[in-house]
Structures are given as structure tokens and as C-alpha cells.
Design a protein around this ligand. Structure first.
Ligand SMILES: Cc1cc2nc3c(=O)[nH]c(=O)nc-3n(C[C@H](O)[C@H](O)[C@H](O)COP(=O)(O)O)c2cc1C
Length: 196
């Protein structure tokens, strides 16, 4: 079976952020699945320009890209599927994430996206916004998001390990992870085959 590549995008960039913890935990769960690789894509490492192009990227085949944007788009283009991990900021997604997505033309087209969120109450409003943005990029958001309802800063360490007091719980915010990542891999494989 071909290896499936999943890009796990960290959707915030402030110095004291906690979203990388959630992203690393999700990436670890993905790597548990046979023939699947997870690559963390951290927006803080790209220093992307604020979008100011003359035309929408999808309507501009002659785009001239700067180095950072080129690298961002190439990294997305290599993936068969995505997890967009976003905190909720002011009932929406962080500006850095929206800007990065506005720079995308067709790198996510016909590929599945698992929407993962957190915030004071799971980040459900970030998911609503993201689902709409992902549609604009011609990507396919999976029906069920992963809304982490626990406290990321308290539950997950900097290496992406979930605290024992959470894993030992029969019910909890961590229980949805396995079906969500399995569904993502199923869609990634199916759409990868269909695109070929
Ligand atoms: C500017 C800002 C706005 C926020 N607005 C919301 C919000 O509307 N709803 C919510 O549930 N949490 C909100 N939060 C809490 C964040 O979702 C939470 O602190 C999360 O850890 C931020 O992710 P980060 O640490 O990766 O930046 C906000 C945090 C910040 C910094």
C-alpha cells in the first residue's frame, strides 16, 4: 500500500501559544496507523506575507511567489490530507491562519481536511469559520471535527503527550481522536486513488 502523507498545520503563532501541543498529540495518533506519515507544518516558521496580490490565487496562473509563500505551498502540495489545528480567537480563527489559507491556490483541492480546534469551550466557532474557508479552497472538510474540550495547556505536554490522568479516564476529550484520524486516513487514501 502507498504511504499516505498527512500535514498537521499549527494555526497560531504567538510565542506563548499552546496549539503545538494539540498538533503534536494528533500527529502521534496519526503515526500509529500503518503506512501513514504525519508532518507538522508550523505557520510560525514561514513568516508569510500579508496577502496583497492583485488577483485571487485561484484565478492567477501567472502568480509570482516569494520564497516563503513558495515553501508554504510546496509543503501543502506534498500532502494527501490535512489536519488544521486552530484555537478560537474572538469567535473565529487566528488571523495568521486565515492569511496563510488565503495564499493557497490549488494545493488542497480534492483533499480531505480534519478540522481540529480548542479554546475556552472547544473552539466550535473556529470550526464553523474554518469549514467555510476550506470549501473556498476546493478542499473537503470531514463531517466530524475534533473539538478538544479539555484544557490543552494542562492536559498535553510540550512533546504532545497526554497526561496519564486523562488517558486513564473512560470518557473524556481524548476519546474522539482514533475515529477522527482513521476517517481522515480513509478519505485521504480514497481521494488520493481518485486523483491518480
Ligand atoms: C486574542 C484571543 C482571543 C480569544 N478568543 C476566544 C474566543 O472567542 N473563544 C474561546 O473559546 N477562546 C478564546 N481565546 C482563548 C484561546 O482559544 C486559547 O487561549 C488558546 O489556547 C489559544 O491558542 P494559542 O495558545 O495557540 O494561541 C482567545 C485567546 C486569544 C489570545
Amino acid at each position: 500500500m502507498n504511504t499516505i502523507n498527512i500535514a498537521v498545520i499549527i494555526g497560531s503563532n504567538r510565542k506563548t501559544r499552546v496549539t503545538p501541543r494539540l498538533a503534536k498529540w494528533i500527529a502521534k495518533q496519526i503515526e500509529e496507523i500503518t503506512d501513514v506519515k504525519a508532518e507538522i507544518i508550523d505557520l510560525a516558521e514561514y513568516n508569510l506575507p500579508l496577502f496583497d496580490e492583485e488577483l485571487p490565487p485561484q484565478a492567477n496562473p501567472e502568480r509570482q511567489l516569494g520564497e516563503n509563500t513558495k515553501r508554504w505551498l510546496e509543503d501543502l502540495g506534498r500532502a494527501d490530507g490535512f489536519v488544521v489545528v486552530s484555537p478560537e480567537y474572538n469567535r473565529s480563527i487566528p488571523g495568521v491562519l486565515k492569511n496563510a489559507l488565503d495564499l493557497v491556490d490549488y494545493q488542497m483541492r480534492r483533499k480531505p481536511v480534519l478540522l481540529a480546534s480548542h479554546g475556552s469551550t472547544g473552539g466550535t466557532q473556529a470550526v464553523v469559520v474554518l469549514r467555510s474557508v476550506i470549501g473556498g479552497l476546493k478542499a473537503v472538510s470531514l463531517p466530524d471535527p475534533l473539538t478538544y474540550t479539555g484544557r490543552v495547556a494542562e492536559d498535553i505536554d510540550e512533546q504532545g503527550n497526554l497526561a496519564d490522568r486523562i488517558t486513564s479516564q473512560e470518557k473524556g476529550p481524548h476519546k474522539a481522536i482514533v475515529p477522527r484520524v482513521e476517517e481522515l486516513v480513509w478519505y485521504s487514501r480514497a481521494l488520493c486513488n481518485a486523483r491518480q
